[in-house]
Design a binder for this molecule. Structure first.
Ligand SMILES: Cc1ncc(COP(=O)(O)O)c(C=O)c1O
Length: 367
């Protein structure tokens, strides 16, 4: 091919999404399979969001409201923030991209942990930036080492809290001490995609940092606790001055009209939200006990997913489980070859998962 592709794009490895159910069933000629691989909400979307979206379908010939006015007002009220401090995206993924586009020049640096959500490093590479990657320590962000990695070229630090894939959290006091030592020109992004699942007393009070003019951004999403992964709706909370720059780099209609309407309805659906949190907690405890009984080692998690040391190669186990119609996430790409990551399912899915896990481990001779 004659086209010249820049090195940083040629070497980009695409994000590996969880295998779609339809693809698995086509490949293996099976049906009734289950997916516990992408940390979605196993209890489904908010029924109120579904109803509101159905009512809005007839208006699809119109462009959406580019300012997400009603959603923005409702969310700002809920959070006690100004509407100017919130930027919406096509998933929080898109807001990660806005941050990198707005604040990183080619050659400048971003610090992330490994393993953590893979998209931070990909956006940095797309922008021609430099990834400084700090390994997790005991499956937690190594804040001390992150401080060591900060240089004059550092522009952003991304910390997923809770961390994906380990489900660990940063202690609020530890974060406070860390932030004290981060130079003012560096933006600290707390990716709080799973914060809803963390018990309130263990959460970092990110809003108070933002209100006290600290260089902190919080990323949140409707994909997890609100059950709207398919709509693509997320947002960032930050100083209005930072938000203003993000608005400059986004498309005028980056959040579609159904996402705006669905998000607004989901926000008001307290019953669905609380039910998700309660059921997730209950099922997580049950599942962890059951996999322990099988001889596996689950890792304690503050989210709707957790890691399991399966006592043998996780990729081989993943492939075996696929043939039995259960999709989980192998973890060797994240540096944990003996682990799988599973999303907490509804009771019937969890039962099927445990049965298939036991059968697959037995077939593979794992102890
Ligand atoms: C830590 C983390 N951040 C962000 C995202 C992206 O979420 P969204 O669906 O809002 O783009 C995910 C998705 O799995 C995630 O695990």
């Amino acid at each position: 091919m004659k086209v010249q592709v820049p090195d940083h794009i040629r070497t980009l490895v695409p994000y590996p999404p969880g295998k779609p159910l339809e693809e698995l069933e086509r490949e293996y000629g099976i049906s009734g399979s289950i997916k516990l691989a992408s940390n979605e909400n196993s209890w489904g979307p908010s029924p109120k969001a579904v109803a509101a979206i159905s009512r809005a379908l007839a208006g699809l010939h119109r462009y959406p409201d580019g300012s997400c006015y009603y959603l923005n007002q409702a969310l700002a009220d809920r959070l006690g923030m100004q509407p100017e401090q919130i930027v919406f995206g096509n998933g929080s993924n898109e807001v990660i991209g806005f941050l990198v586009t707005a604040f990183l020049r080619p050659g400048e640096e971003v610090i992330t942990s490994h393993p953590s959500f893979l998209m931070y490093q990909k956006f940095v590479q797309i922008q021609g930036g430099v990834n400084r990657v700090v390994p997790l320590k005991n499956m937690r962000h190594d804040l001390e080492q992150i401080l060591v990695e900060i240089s004059k070229k550092t522009r952003l630090i991304f910390l997923d809290n809770p961390n994906n894939p380990t489900g660990s959290i940063i202690d609020p006091a530890e974060f406070d001490a860390f932030l004290e030592q981060v130079p003012e020109q560096v933006i600290v992004v707390l990716d709080e995609a799973y914060v809803d699942f963390v018990s309130p007393e263990q959460r970092i009070d990110v809003i108070s940092y933002i209100n006290s003019a600290r260089q902190v951004v919080s990323l949140r999403t409707f994909s997890k606790a609100y059950g709207l992964s398919g709509l693509r709706l997320g947002f960032g909370i930050m100083a209005a001055e930072l938000a203003d720059y993000l608005h400059r780099v986004r498309q005028p209609f980056n959040v579609n009209s159904l996402a705006q309407i669905g998000g607004l309805a989901a926000l008001a659906d307290e019953e669905h939200y609380q039910n998700t949190l309660n059921q997730t907690r209950e099922q997580r405890e049950r599942l962890m006990a059951e996999v322990t009984e099988l001889g596996c080692k689950p890792i304690a998690s503050h989210t709707n997913f957790f890691l399991i040391d399966v006592g043998g190669n996780g990729k081989a186990l993943y492939e075996n489980m696929l043939t039995k119609g259960v999709i989980v996430r192998p973890m060797q790409a994240y540096g944990y070859p003996d682990y799988i990551r599973i999303t907490i399912g509804i009771p019937e899915e969890n039962e099927r998962f445990v049965t298939v896990l036991a059968a697959a481990r037995q077939e593979l001779g794992y102890e």
